[in-house]
Ligand binder design. Structure first.
Ligand code: BTN
Length: 245
């Protein structure tokens, strides 16, 4: 399954570009911008990045559940990082990519439902991979728990190669069974088996993350042994140094 890659020097946001042009662009249109002036993150956050970051978005126009696609993109990105620099990353539920206890990639999937709610007209997967930013960038941006492939491995990488590896892996995984993708996701998910801090609607609770179900929900166990599903909100994970990331 091939994709068509459009490359820009700068855009407000690659996700916004695809959203605004979704009617005229076909399935599997990908777009990169060397720099975003208004990069967007999850939960309404701003995605702070300089030209060291790969900003990549992919337009999907086919019947697929957004939750499944979110997990698939995380697996594809983890595979691509391994192929690019040899590092084995972990996935923090749902879709933060973690290397050496730092976030190196965030993923924002956004969809538009048909008017009659019968399915999705499109889904846009936006991937922000910290490739070549310097340590100073993260310090100056007050991002103590973020890092780039460069700060971790000491080597710089070609952002277009990174984009193509991610897109090749997404294309390959889209041909696979959902169960196969979920199995690989679970094997990469570093949240599982850990004590997590859940922040939902301003409330904070602690629990143990147990599994991820077919719908991509995180199954947690409370201190009394009761199981519950987490589908949204922030899930923080305790790192080696005791910080919650
Ligand atoms: C997160 O909050 O972790 C998700 C960040 C997603 C950032 C990427 S960069 C490419 C695409 N364009 C955007 O505006 N956001 C996503």
């Amino acid at each position: 399954m091939r994709y068509n890659l459009l490359r820009f020097d700068n855009l407000p946001s690659t996700n916004t570009y695809l959203k605004e042009n979704s009617e005229n662009l076909p399935d599997m249109t990908a777009v990169t911008a060397d720099f975003q002036t208004n990069g967007r993150g999850r939960m309404g956050n701003t995605w702070i990045a300089d030209r060291g970051c790969l900003a990549l978005s992919l337009l999907i126009k086919r019947s697929i559940k957004p939750t499944g696609l979110t997990l698939l993109c995380a697996v594809a990105t983890a595979r691509a990082i391994k192929q690019l620099c040899g590092e084995a990353v972990g996935i923090k539920w749902t879709n933060d990519i973690i290397l050496a206890d730092c976030k190196v990639c965030g993923i924002l999937c956004e969809g538009k439902l048909y008017g009659d709610n019968s399915g999705y007209e499109y889904i846009i997967c936006g991937i922000g991979l910290n490739v070549n930013q310097s340590r100073e960038f993260f310090v100056n941006s007050s991002l103590p728990n973020a890092a780039s492939l460069y700060t971790i491995t000491g080597r710089k990488y070609d952002k277009e190669q990174a984009a193509r590896l991610i897109l090749d892996n997404i294309s390959e995984l889209l041909e696979c069974d959902g169960e196969y993708v979920l199995k690989e996701y679970i094997s990469l998910c570093i949240t599982l088996g850990k004590r997590v801090r859940l922040i939902q609607n301003g409330n904070e609770i602690f629990a143990r993350a147990v599994s991820v179900d077919n719908d991509g929900a995180l199954i947690c166990e409370n201190d009394s042994g009761g199981l519950f599903r987490v589908t949204a909100g922030e899930v923080k994970l305790r790192a080696e140094n005791g910080d919650y990331i």
